[in-house]
Each structure stands twice: as structure tokens, then as C-alpha cells.
Design a protein around this ligand. Sequence first.
Ligand SMILES: NC(=O)c1ccc[n+]([C@@H]2O[C@H](COP(=O)([O-])OP(=O)(O)OC[C@H]3O[C@@H](n4cnc5c(N)ncnc54)[C@H](OP(=O)(O)O)[C@@H]3O)[C@@H](O)[C@H]2O)c1
Length: 323
Amino acid sequence: MSSGTRPKVLLFGAGGVGTVYLWLLSKAADTTAVCRSNFYVVKRDGFIINSSIFGQGLHFKPEVVRDCEEAASKAASVPYDYVVVCSKAIPGIVPNLIAPAVTPGKTAIVLVQNGVGIEQEYTDAFDSNPIISAVVYLPATQRPAGVIAHGEVEKLQLGSYPTSASQIPARAFTELIRAAGGTAEFHDDIQPRRWFKLLINASWNPICGLTLSKDTDILESCDEAGAVLLAVMMEIRDIANANGCAMTKEEVEYQLSRAQARIPLNAGIEPSMLQDVQAGRRIEVEAIVGNAVRMGKAKGVQCDRLEMLYVLAKALDLQIGRR
Ligand SMILES: NC(=O)c1ccc[n+]([C@@H]2O[C@H](COP(=O)([O-])OP(=O)(O)OC[C@H]3O[C@@H](n4cnc5c(N)ncnc54)[C@H](OP(=O)(O)O)[C@@H]3O)[C@@H](O)[C@H]2O)c1
């Protein structure tokens, strides 16, 4: 590792998820964060995390930089061991932005993001670097800048990309998260974990984002809603199965039942796509819906409902981008 025994980590994407991992990793690694809209606030005051798990009012002042060029110049001759990407998964942008901080053959790139098919552009851009793919369960939002609200779950599931690549970097990062006090599981094949989470994300995200509704509000809207949600999730399941990630109907029904169980508690969830639409931010439509539709059609899977959601959400995203 780079400095003594402490690895050197650069965070790209200091939002809800990224800042909680920055705080954790700072216990076991030398950390730096690339900040954008929150740069001045965080540089002056640091972050405050109010976490249902780790405690309220956690204050820390990390090393912050404006971009990866500045991060690279601060790193001087000691390369980063990890660049952890926690920005929203919008394709075609981030590999160029992180490139100055990525040392060929050395820096591992850790993708802590939702979606499927998000890794290939990193493999294409950094063919001599390990790519670590991570599924994250961590409800968190940043509001206002520098203040993070974190709910009651914190779990990372990690694996190598592609699955056939060396497991050593992903196992080492799993151990680093554990040493920092986080919850991390290594998976020989991370892709089934991505698809399992996608059952929720590719169904609820566009439906709630397009209707400005919480998930429970959709289920209560009309008699047909539950069956339509199940049908969308079954299409996602069929695409996953066709791409070598087997899921049962029971697993699909379990994912749907989680929202159904919250109806009597009046505890609807606003998925991130809904929050992004309301805030006028671009949505992760390609990573969460578009890639799945294309992977399904390439295998001849019938996915008309999901394709319709993709077209509508894509049009919405383009309108948001034009504003
Ligand atoms: N939040 C959750 O509850 C949750 C749960 C599970 C999974 N996820 C997934 O985790 C990933 C991260 O989500 P999140 O909610 O943490 O996102 P977020 O709060 O929107 O944070 C993303 C951060 O990335 C920064 N960023 C984007 N482009 C940048 C650039 N060019 N330079 C510097 N910084 C840049 C943003 O800065 P600005 O503020 O300047 O835009 C923002 O601070 C997503 O894939 C999401 O789907 C989220």
C-alpha cells in the first residue's frame, strides 16, 4: 500500500452515499474527496453526518479538491490505490474526469453505483486497472450541502469486473471497508446481486419518477397497479435469467412485497429517480433501465412494459437536461 500500511483513496462523488463511505474509509485509509457544488462549504466547515446507525452530528473535515487533476497533483509521486466512484451512473462522462488520478496498472476503480452494464466503459478506458463492482444498500441524502442524512442500512456487496478478473483487488477493498467499520461482502460473481437490486430500481424508479409518486401511492392508486408492478419485475427477472443471473418468481414477489408491507404503515418511499426529477437533476435512466432493455432485446426477451418505461423516462431525462 502507498503510505505505510494505509491505502490511499480518492472519492469521486461526495454526495449521500459517497460521504458516508468517505467517513468510514478515513478511519483506515488516507482519503481525499473531489467536491463540486459542495466544495466551498465542505472546505470551510467539513461534513456533518446524521446516521441512524453510526450516530448523529458526526463532524469530519476531509481533504477536498475541486477535480481529479488537482487530486493528481496533490498525490505527487504516490499514486492512489483506489478511486471510489459514487456519482450518479450517467454514462460517457466519468472515465475522462477521473483519468488524471488513475495510475495505469496500479489504481483500482471501485464503482459504488446502481444499475447494470455500468462497468464496461471503465474497462475500455483503463484496460490495465482493476475494476471493482459494488452494489450498495445505504439510504442517504445530502441536504443542505455538507449535511448527510443516513438511514438504517449500510451494506456493500463487492466483486471483480469482469467476473473472470483477479479477485485480489476486490477482496482487498472488501477487507478495507470491514477494517473501517463498514459492512462488506465479497461475491465471486457480483452480477446476480446487481440484477436482484435492479428488480426494485428498474421498476419503482421510473414509475415513481414519471408519476411524482411514492411507491405505496402507486400500489394504492388502482386495482391494476400491483399486477402491473409484478409484470414489470418479471420482465426484469426474465432479462436477468437470459443473461445468466437466475432469479425465481419467489424472489420477485419478495421484492414487491416489501412495498406492499409498508402500505398500512403509511411509509412510502421516494426512489432516487423521483427525488432527482423533483430537484431538476438528470436521472440514471441508461444505467437503471436502458441497459437492461438492450440486454433483454439482444437475447430476444419480451420486455414491452420495461421498454415503454425506458422511452418515457428517457424523454423526461432529455427534457430535464434541456432546462
Ligand atoms: N442515495 C441513496 O440512498 C442510494 C442508495 C443506494 C444506491 N444509490 C446509488 O449510489 C450512487 C450515488 O448516489 P447518491 O444518492 O449518493 O448521489 P448524490 O447524492 O447525487 O451524489 C453524487 C455526487 O456526485 C457529485 N458529482 C457528480 N458529477 C461530478 C463531477 N463532475 N465532479 C465532481 N463531483 C461530481 C455530485 O456533485 P453535485 O452536488 O455538484 O452534483 C454529488 O455530490 C447512485 O448510483 C445511486 O443510484 C444511492
